[in-house]
Design a protein around this ligand. Structure first.
Ligand code: FAD
Length: 456
């Protein structure tokens, strides 16, 4: 009888353990189910939907080149898969395992209806494979990293099957266009296609391009003006490439890739955290932070708007927020600066910032986004200390962000390297660029006072 291959954030054919298992068992029915209700407030954001549209299209083309195709269904996963099984006579479902709380619930629900076989492959190692001496999961990154490294390299990736046996009659499915995943009126994603090629080929191309760059990564990764990072995050998030494939290619580059692999392991670490604390995206990991007297968003509305639209008067923050809006991605160093600015200078709860990122990032990941926001806020299990407040202007100079600012804040493009980080203080702020929404010292002192008051 046929078997169902349930795709989620694993939109690839190579190093895909669920596909590899399915092809051995009979004709395969590949399916993607769009469920907007189970993730509730974590329903996929706008930028992710743009990516998903293109990635599903690319996956369908790849499947068709092997004589198969992708069936699209919309609704609750367990219900839709049970329906599909009934229509086709399939009983077994193969899928890769995922760790977001809504996927874990969906896996339980599917398992009650059908014979669900879950496989690993979304992470270097499944959460739980790396444990402390006393058997628990690691909460702190560095010991986690060391313990994971003891089990590296990951298993060699497997190639995609040369043929996929198909059913005699395909079940019905939706047309991708009818899902309306792409923005219209206005189409804010016009520039996305210039930067990104969703799908397995695009992921491979980014790996190939990065092979020449990895030697410079330890320094270049902190310089927003350079393209010194791999830009693999959305591809990894949608599973168009597995971390084992990335390790296998980049880990074997002639240049030393240690620092890069260490960053890649943050992804495994973040997924381990949401696996042990499923509410990481909505609750402070350190409950003492519940007492922080954040400003009410109604009162801070103008500041929040200035932040989201890249008009805070801090060029590095504004450049980052505009890059995010235009391309669906932001440089990591600038993500840290922009997040810190929202949380500390504007005293706005990290959850509001995380939600904005969730909607606007093409790599929006429940694990990586939540863990990094809580890292910056100081509320995470492994986190920066709240009262170490990043000075955006110093950061901007130190990491040489002048060209980056010129690119994303054209009002400032004519300023020299010395003035561009803080045009206001040098008396060269153009009339069409806003003045600072709060002074650095004022913001810093307000944040420290709030911290002392809340005593988290
Ligand atoms: P590279 O530097 O080339 O790193 C390679 C891969 O390692 C990345 O693609 C990513 O999968 C992983 N990685 C690198 N840094 C981290 C990190 N700090 N935490 C977890 N994984 C990491 N990353 C996301 O993938 N999704 C998010 O939603 C997300 N939200 C973030 C929010 C904030 C406030 C901050 C400070 C960081 C966030 N990050 C997130 C982490 C990081 O900024 C991005 O992974 C990185 O910028 C992606 O670019 P790259 O692929 O070129 O990274």
């Amino acid at each position: 009888s046929p078997v169902i291959l349930w795709f989620r954030q694993d939109l690839r054919l190579s190093d895909q353990a669920a596909l590899a298992a399915a092809v051995h068992e009979g004709p395969v029915i590949p399916v993607y189910v769009l469920d907007d209700s189970a993730p509730r407030q974590w329903k996929m954001g706008g930028a992710s939907r743009w990516w998903l549209h293109h990635s599903l299209k690319s996956l369908d083309e790849k499947l068709r080149s092997k004589g198969s195709r992708l069936i699209l269904r919309r609704g609750e996963c367990a219900l839709e898969l049970a329906r599909l099984a009934q229509e086709t006579g399939a009983r077994r479902v193969h899928a890769l395992r995922h760790y977001e709380p809504w996927w874990r619930n969906a896996e339980k629900a599917v398992g009650r209806e059908l014979d669900l076989c879950l496989h690993d492959g979304g992470l270097l190692l499944p959460p739980g494979a790396v444990r402390t001496g006393s058997g628990g999961p690691y909460r702190i990154y560095t010991p986690f990293y060391r313990a994971l490294m003891d089990q590296m390299p990951p298993a060699a990736p497997t190639p995609s099957p040369s043929r996929i046996a198909t059913v005699a009659r395909w079940p019905d499915g939706d047309a991708l266009e009818d899902w309306h995943l792409l923005p219209k009126n206005p189409d804010w994603a016009v520039a996305f296609a210039r930067d990104w090629t969703p799908g397995e080929e695009g992921a491979r191309a980014n790996v190939a391009a990065f092979l020449d760059e990895v030697g410079d990564y330890p320094v270049a990764r902190d310089l927003p003006s350079r393209e010194g990072t791999s830009r693999l995050s959305p591809h990894l998030h949608f599973g168009e490439i597995s971390p084992a494939q990335v390790w296998n290619r980049i880990g074997k580059a002639p240049a030393d890739a240690t620092i890069f692999l260490k960053e890649l392991i943050w992804r495994d670490y973040a997924h381990t955290q949401i696996w042990t604390m499923p509410a990481y995206g909505s609750e402070n990991a350190r409950a003492a932070f519940d007492a922080m007297p954040w400003r009410d968003l109604r009162e801070a509305k103008t500041d929040f708007k200035a932040w989201t639209s890249g008009r805070t008067g801090y060029p590095i923050v504004d450049a980052g927020m505009r890059q995010l809006w235009a391309t669906g991605w932001m440089h990591n160093r600038v993500r840290m600066i922009a997040a810190s600015f929202l949380i500390k200078h504007l005293l706005i709860d990290w959850r509001h910032g995380a939600r904005w990122f969730w909607d606007t990032l093409v790599d929006a990941s429940y694990a990586n986004n939540s863990v990094n926001w809580q890292w910056v806020a100081g509320s995470g299990v492994d986190a920066n200390i709240f009262f170490r407040i990043m000075a955006p202007l110093t950061q901007s100079e130190k990491f040489d962000a002048a060209d980056y600012i010129r690119k994303w804040v054209p009002e400032l493009a004519h300023l020299n390297d010395h003035h561009i980080h803080d045009p206001e203080i040098h008396g060269v702020r153009p009339a069409d660029y806003p003045s600072k929404c709060i002074g650095h010292r004022e913001g810093r002192e307000r944040a420290l006072a709030a911290y002392r008051h809340g005593k988290p």
